[in-house]
Design a protein around this ligand. Sequence first.
Ligand code: PEP
Length: 262
Amino acid sequence: MALNRTPLIAGNWKLNLDHLQAIAFVQKLAWSLGDAKHDFAGVEVAVFPPFTDLRSVQTLVASDKLPIAFGAQDLSAHDSGAYTGEISGAFLAKLECSYVIIGHSERRTLHNETDEVVAAKVQAALRHSLVPIICVGETAEDLETHGPSAVPVAQLRAALAGVNSAADIVVAYEPVWAIGSGQAATPDQAEQVAAALRAVLVELLGDDVAAKTRILYGGSVKAANIAGFMREPNVDGALVGGASLDLDEFASIARFKQHVGL
Ligand code: PEP
């Protein structure tokens, strides 16, 4: 964690919580963090509900002025047209989403999203002033064959094709073998890949963008292990899956500074 970058703790709910559950969850999360005097300006907290929850979350956040950011788990590469079932960046921007997750490993593997599709979705997000959270990460097989950084670095290069140096982006390093497995990477492993990803940002987007871009770690993050990741200089937050559905656990992850005096 570098002092010039605001850490981001992002909860990817995946296919969980309907719109009524989402309202209750976000309300309680804001109360719980508020009661604990969470420094929202110092550590940003964001949730990524299913599409059908977003309007409810937007309305709640706006009406109660909650200091919780939100975004979508995916978007279409297209802005409008005959694309049944797709959701455009324009629609997400209208719902006041700040962020959109792109290229999550579940989209890449279960929905055959290629690097080209990921790059097109990054462009779509940027067209609508949404901050893309670009997910990259290697499988266990990639790790054995190519080492830890090669695949995430190649995925990031591909995702940034056509992105210019004015872009506001977030990168999430999520080793596929660590997602939902209970076996997180070590802080050292996360730092090594995050440093390699930052070097790509320097090369493609320049020093200033690289210095301000947040790189998150994701993969079995819990309250018990977040502090170790946040001590690393190139890790600026976490993309949290399973633990983001447990309110106390997620709030505790967001309050990582309290764990060990960071
Ligand atoms: C994820 O799916 O982005 C993720 C990191 O999941 P988990 O925290 O459950 O490993």
